[in-house]
Ligand binder design. Structure first.
Ligand code: ADP
Ligand code: TZP
Ligand code: MG
Length: 284
């Protein structure tokens, strides 16, 4: 994809200022996430400059959740006893005007999971980030369960543009679809207006490390937490771009998925302004 210089000149300072705000503010992110992802999510947040806390017990929320800067909810290893915790935390986040972000892992894989995601959508996440199959499943809920490859996507992100637009309109949330191109959209009925942006950063090898999707959704929560609420859309775009750039830089040093995982975290930690500006690739 050819880079449009003017667009990058506009996005570069925006993305850098969001990353700087995150590093300066070090927001506290409550994570209710799946067992597979806990390590990568916590390390991604730490290397970006945020402060992660994996606190998912209902009994702790009234003390803890009012002090967070954002909540991250991920249904990856959902079981019936986790769902009330997720809903209670989302309600408290809303009550205390804290942003919250949903990762609907494998949303279309079972009716139980799909229904749980739909119940969570009713609690108005600030951002929903999924792969193409997850976003399509949510947008078609009640019509068709569709094909499934579990937590992995069996669709290209670009094939989910209409689904993302529909979901943004129906939910009032910012919707992000990850993949070869990350797509971020919001509907005219919400504060962020009618917007559609494409992030072309990232490397295919990120799909070969488990929980990179979970990690980038957590990073969105951190970027949104550090931003003015009116700039949540740009914060979401910035998080996806920064994660993708860290992946590209990590890939230059990696020999395969395991070493990419290490270099991804190191690159995120060390990302400086010149490297960010030379890698950024955002259109729309
Ligand atoms: N083909 C690809 N090329 C470049 N980056 C990709 C590709 N597929 C996924 N990514 C990146 O990998 C990360 C995880 O996305 P994805 O694999 O779609 O999520 P999930 O793990 O939830 O399925 C995102 O940052 C995304 O941009
Ligand atoms: C393998 C797996 N199984 C349940 S959750 C999970 C991790 C999914 O992570 P991601 O959605 O980032 O690929
Ligand atoms: Mg996922």
């Amino acid at each position: 994809m050819e880079t449009n210089k003017e667009e990058q000149l506009e996005w570069g300072p925006t993305v850098w200022s969001h990353l700087t705000a995150l590093r300066d503010r070090s927001p506290l992110i409550q994570c209710i996430t799946n067992f597979v992802s806990m390590d990568l999510v916590a390390n991604t947040l730490l290397s970006a400059g945020a402060s992660p806390a994996m606190i998912h017990s209902l009994q702790e929320f009234s003390d803890f959740t009012p002090h967070i800067h954002a909540l991250y909810v991920n249904v990856g290893t959902l079981s019936p006893d986790w769902l009330p915790s997720m809903k209670a935390a989302a309600l408290l986040a809303n009550e205390h005007r804290k942003p919250w972000v949903l990762d609907p892992v494998a949303a279309g894989s079972s009716q139980f999971r799909l229904n749980a995601c739909l119940e969570l959508l009713l609690l108005k996440p600030t951002v929903i980030r999924g792969n193409a199959s997850e976003i399509i499943a949510l947008s078609q809920a009640g019509i068709d369960m569709g094909p499934t490859k579990g937590v992995d996507s069996c669709h290209e992100s670009i094939d989910a543009v209409e689904a993302a637009k529909f979901l943004a309109e129906a939910s009032g949330s910012i919707v992000a679809v990850s993949g070869a191109v990350d797509i971020i959209c919001s509907s005219k009925s919400i504060t962020h207006g009618d917007r559609l942006v494409f992030v072309h950063n990232g490397v295919p090898m990120l799909q070969k490390i488990t929980a990179t999707g979970c990690a980038v959704t957590a990073l969105i929560a951190a970027f949104v937490a550090a931003a003015d609420p009116l700039h949540a859309f740009d914060a979401t775009v910035s998080a996806l771009s920064v994660f993708g750039i860290a992946g590209e830089m990590g890939m230059e040093l990696a020999n395969g998925p395991a070493s990419l995982r290490m270099h991804l975290i190191d690159s995120l930690y060390g990302l400086d302004q010149p490297a960010l500006l030379s890698h950024i690739n955002i259109t729309g």
